[in-house]
Design a protein around this ligand. Structure first.
Ligand code: GLU
Length: 326
């Protein structure tokens, strides 16, 4: 079960929310109507601690599609099924420095650069053990639901429209099949990948999913140990270097916690043993990251000094929570 975090955290989320309400920069993703026609004023934030403390502000219970954030959890499933070396045989872990849908494969091996770009995520989908693609997607949805602590659904309209406009992803998949890095059927694997992108979540769900990573694979809402702490560490590491498209370096410098964003405007970020944060704001910058959500994380990171490389004594969140508990 979740419990309320102290008002000092709730108030801070609300303050950041209210302060950023005037920031209206950015544009909606426009490659399919369900994304280009979304209400651009939506803005939600939620935080969840690994022991189940929860606080939220704004539109934290409005549903939107996971898009690229799903890549973290399919990676977790591939790691569960194959271990780190098994996954590394098929996909790299280096930031590509190129856009998320770039056609760049490692010379010699044909491996995509990392699991956070589309090519790498299509390969991690193919690595999920299953005897059919329906079973493969059921396992992906099961993993996403276990991390959210509730049964998630697919937005079939978004899925259909993704499928109808997937020429580039299909080309990537064929390219990888010809290079030998994708060994499953192109159309079936693409459907699994696009269906996971179309899974509906709220910012509140994202906070719980991020807190599952922060808690070493244990969901704070259900207490289920969804995957091992080693898998959580590997996923967080790859999020830290590759999760924010080609702004990952800037993000690590200014916010300092592993993160993943998606083209619908969602962001998750997590810090081991400290917190998971989920945000939603559909207006994106030119790298595909939500402008307001990035600003919110910068402000919260500064307020709570949660940077992964900060000195432990400088971290404010544990102190704030301890103080409130006294
Ligand atoms: N469905 C999108 C694609 O694969 C997801 C992109 C994203 O969120 O970065 O093109």
């Amino acid at each position: 079960m979740l419990h309320d975090l102290p008002s000092v955290v709730t108030d801070e989320l609300q303050r950041v929310h209210d302060e950023l309400v005037q920031v209206n920069e950015g544009g909606l993703a426009d490659y399919i109507p369900p994304l280009s026609e979304v209400d651009p004023t939506l803005f939600g934030l939620a935080i969840c601690t690994p022991d189940g403390g929860f606080a939220a502000a704004g539109d934290h219970d409005v549903a939107f599609t996971l898009q690229s954030i799903s890549k973290c959890f399919t990676l977790a499933l591939a790691l569960v099924d194959h271990g780190l070396e098994g996954v590394l045989d098929r996909v790299g872990v280096e930031p590509s420095g190129e856009s998320y849908n770039a056609v760049s494969l490692e010379e010699g091996t044909g491996r995509p650069d990392n699991p956070m770009i589309n090519a790498g995520a299509i390969v991690t989908c193919s690595l999920v053990e299953a005897s059919s693609s329906a079973e493969r997607f059921d396992r992906v949805l099961g993993m996403l639901s276990s991390c959210a602590g509730r049964e998630l659904d697919v937005d079939e309209n978004v899925f259909e429209q993704e499928l109808a406009t997937a020429d580039r992803n299909r080309a990537l998949a064929y390219f990888m099949r010809s290079a030998g890095s994708l060994t499953t059927d192109v159309d079936e694997t693409l459907e699994v990948y696009l269906r996971q992108c179309a899974v509906l979540v709220t910012a509140g769900d994202l906070a719980v999913m991020a807190a599952t990573l922060a808690g070493g694979g244990r969901n704070p809402l259900t207490n289920e140990q969804v995957f091992s702490s080693t898998v959580a560490r590997h996923v967080l590491t790859i999020m830290a270097t590759c999760g924010m498209y080609d702004a990952s370096g800037q993000w690590l410098l200014r916010v300092g916690s592993p993160a993943k964003s998606g083209v619908s405007g969602g962001i998750i970020t997590a810090s081991p043993a400290q917190f998971g944060l989920g945000l939603y704001r559909p207006l994106l910058d030119d790298r595909g990251n939500s402008v307001r959500a990035v600003r919110a994380c910068e402000q919260l990171a500064e307020r709570f000094t949660w940077h992964a490389l900060a000195q432990p004594d400088d971290r404010q969140l544990p102190a704030v929570l301890d103080e409130a508990a006294d």
